[in-house]
Ligand binder design. Structure first.
Ligand code: SF4
Ligand code: SF4
Length: 319
């Protein structure tokens, strides 16, 4: 039996289970994706039907106008495939301190999407690209045949227009199975050496992210009979230092309909932030000040954020 995550966190510091202050607004544009990775926690695919519309994007821009010092973190699915992606990016120009685009990179190599690198560059978006390994067989095994070659082609294109140099280009590593990442610092050094030697590619930071035991990855764990072992392993590697830095203390996640969550994992599980009257809160109703001190909705999947060096959308929490 794996001990309750919530109780475990309370034993470290009861403040850790409450929201602190908003620094990052993460917006999930929907579950449409050109890939169908086997670790995906949002079950995204080309059959995705949840697509954020312009009305919600207008509400996001309105929120940022009132809270100008935030980071806007754009994710999906494949956020670029949302038909209103350009609209959101253009409407939020100048409204956030930093704007990050989480890209699977491969989309930028596909026919009809070649405009993306220049568009991102002109909009000065930080690109956070998924590349779960510097080896072709590992990337293709996790993301599909041909994805590695496309990703490398795109990274070279991004380097050629200033990404990894004047413009920030970060990469995301996630394990190719039911284990937690090793040292983020060590892996970043290896990635930099390997990508430079093999392809002449440069990038800024590597973020290591632990696979959350939800969505398609949970299905995989259950199919192989390893779900309980994985949860035990995550709990066994609980790191109190990482626990104090869990991203949900400073991040709010918005779904395609404008509903808000403590993080993208809670969003995938349908665990919306609830108001005093029991109703779900939307971005148009979000009272930033009122969030401080509010309880975070924690459950057993949260162990993926505190295992080893910890894990968040910007990588390790206690490297
Ligand atoms: S992990 Fe990312 S790229 Fe892969 S299917 Fe999910 S959303 Fe798409
Ligand atoms: S899964 Fe979400 S709610 Fe749970 S600890 Fe991680 S960031 Fe916080």
């Amino acid at each position: 039996m794996v001990p309750s995550f919530k109780e475990r966190l309370q034993t470290v510091n009861s403040e850790y289970e409450t929201f602190e202050n908003l620094q990052t607004l993460q917006v999930n544009l929907g579950n449409l994706c050109n890939l169908q990775c086997n670790h995906c926690h949002v079950d995204a695919s080309s059959r995705g039907t949840e697509i954020m519309g312009i009305d919600v994007m207008d509400q996001i821009a309105g929120f940022l106008r009132c809270h100008p010092a935030l980071t806007l973190d754009i994710t999906g699915g494949c956020p670029e495939m949302n038909p209103n992606f350009r609209y959101l990016v253009e409407e939020t120009e100048g409204l956030a301190a930093r704007r990050m685009l989480r890209s699977n990179l491969a989309i930028m190599a596909e026919h009809g999407w070649e405009w993306l690198p220049e568009f991102c560059c002109n909009q000065e978006l930080i690109i956070v690209g998924s590349l779960p390994c510097y080896l072709e067989e590992n990337v293709d095994g996790q993301r599909g045949n041909g994805v590695y070659k496309e990703s490398i082609q795109v990274l070279k294109r991004l380097n050629s227009i200033g990404y990894g140099k004047e413009l920030e280009l970060d990469l995301v590593y996630n394990p190719g199975g039911d284990f937690i990442p090793g040292s983020q610092q060590g892996l970043e050094t290896t990635y930099k050496a390997e990508l430079s030697a093999r392809h002449g590619i440069v990038f800024n930071h590597l973020f290591t992210i632990t696979n959350a035991p939800i969505g398609r990855f949970r299905e995989h764990l259950e199919t192989t009979g390893t779900y309980a072992d994985y949860l035990h392993m995550l709990a066994g590697r609980f790191n109190p230092e990482a626990a104090g830095n869990i991203m949900c203390r400073t991040l709010i996640s918005v779904d395609w309909q404008g509903k808000i969550y403590n993080c993208d994992f809670n969003q995938a599980l349908g665990m919306a932030v609830i108001a005093e009257d029991g109703s779900e809160i939307t971005i148009s109703e979000l009272d930033n000040a009122g969030m401080s001190g509010k309880q975070i909705d924690l459950a057993q999947h949260c162990y993926c954020c505190t295992a080893g060096e910890g894990s968040s959308c910007t990588g390790a929490l206690a490297p």
